[in-house]
Design a protein around this ligand. Sequence first.
Ligand code: 5AD
Ligand code: SF4
Length: 467
Amino acid sequence: MTQDIATLPAAGLPATLVSPARKVFIKTYGCQMNVYDSGRMADALAADGYSSTDDIQDADLVLLNTCHIREKAVDKVYSALGRLRDMKKVREGEGREMMIGVAGCVAQAEGEEILRRAPDVDVVIGPQTYHRLPQALRRARAGERVVDTDYAVEDKFDHLPDAPKVEGRARNVTAFLTVQEGCDKFCTFCVVPYTRGSEVSRSLAQVVGEAEKLVKTGVREITLLGQNVNAWHGKGAGGETLGLGDLLGRLSEIDGLARIRYTTSHPRDMDARLIAAHRDMAKVMPYLHLPVQSGSDRILKAMNRRHTAAEYIALVERIRAARPDIAMSGDFIVGFPGETDADFEATMALVETVRYAQAYSFKYSTRAGTPGADLPDQVDEAVKTARLAQLQDLLLKQQHEFAEACVGKTIDLLLEKPGRMPGQLIGRSPWLQSVNVDAKTSQIGDIIKVRITATGPNSLFAEVAES
Ligand code: 5AD
Ligand code: SF4
C-alpha cells in the first residue's frame, strides 16, 4: 500500500496519531549530478510516503546511487551489495522488510547483470528513469524484480515533484540544479556518452522555475550542473537560440539569488557570451572548472578532445582578461594509452603556464566499450602512479599558492553551515574555498565581509571585517 504525503509523521503530532512512513537510506557515489539526482529521488519517494533516514539500520529501502566513471566502480557496487545481502538476511530473520535498489550509471551500464549477480536486488533504475522509481518499487513489492534503464520518452523533470516543504528544517543555503545532461563529445576514455546518453538541455522556463522555487526556500547560491554544462542551449521568447551566458543573465535577475556557479565545462563550448558573463554579471562567481585532461597535443588528439594545448591556454588567457581574479580548476588524466614521458612533461608544462587554484587528477582507467579500451600501448600501472604523484605535487603546490595569495584580502563570504568549533561557521569564498569565521548560527545564509587571516590544509581562516 502506498501512503499519501499527508500521512507522513508531522512535527507536533504524537507519533501514535500518524502512520509510520517507510524510510529510505540513499548512498550516493560519484559526481555532483548524482548528489542532485539522489535529492530528486528522495523527493519522488517522499511524494510516495517515504521519509529519508541517515541510519541504514532504520531503512526499509536502501538505494545505491552509483558512479561508473573510473577505477573499480562496478566492483565497489557489487561488494556493497554483498554487505547489504547479509544485512537483508538478518532483517528477514527479524521479520522486517528491506528492499534494495541500484540507481545511477552502474545501473545503466550493467542493467540485468545486476539482478543475476546480486539476487537480493529488487530494483535497478537508470539516470533517465528515476522519476518512475515509486512505480518500480510497487512492482517489486508485488514480487517482480524490476530493471528500468530505458531512455524514457517522457522528460523525467516533468514528472518529478518539488521537494516537500518540511517546517523547521534548516534551510539550505546552496543547491545544485541540473540544466543539461548527457554528452555528445565522445572523448575516447569516457563512459558518460554511454551511461548518460546524448546531450539534452532543460528548457529556460524549467530551469528558471526551479531556481525561483529554490530561492523561495532560502537558497542563496545555485550551482548549475551538466556533464557539458556550457553546451546548454535553449530558446528565448522570440525563438532565438540561447546559450549558457544568456541563462546566467536570466538567473541573475532573480531577487534573493546571490551567487551562481556552473560545472562542468568543455573548452570547446566556452563561447564569447559566456566569457563576457564572467566580466559583466556580479552574481557569476569567479571560479571555472575547465578540464583539459592532458597538455600533449598528441594525447589530446587521441582522447578526441578536439583542441590543442595552445588553444586551451589562449582560452584561459581570454577568460582571465575578462575576469582577472578567476580561480581556474581542471581535470587531468595521466597514463592514457600511448602517453610517453614527453607527453607527460607537456602536461606538467601546461599546468605551470595555467596555474590552477584547484584540480582533480586521475590515473587513466580502462572503461569497457570506450574506444580507449582497445588502444595499444596501455601504460604500466607503476608509471601511472609515479606520474600522478608528480602531477599532484605540482597541483597541490599551486592550490596552496592560490590560498596564500588570499591572506590579507577582504572578501564576501556566504555563511553556509556550523563549523567544527562552537561559535564558528563555515562559509564559501567567491573562489569556492571553505573559510572558517566566528559568527552566529542565525547568520547562516548571510553574506558578510571578512578578512582572510591564515590558511589551513583544506580551508582558510578569517575575521569579520565589518558588520
Ligand atoms: N579514466 C580516468 N579518468 C577519467 N575521467 C573520465 N573518464 C576517465 C577514465 N576512463 C575523469 C576525467 C573527467 C573526470 C570527470 O573524470 O578527468 O573530466
Ligand atoms: Fe566524458 Fe568528454 Fe563528455 Fe566530458 S566531454 S562527459 S569527458 S565524453
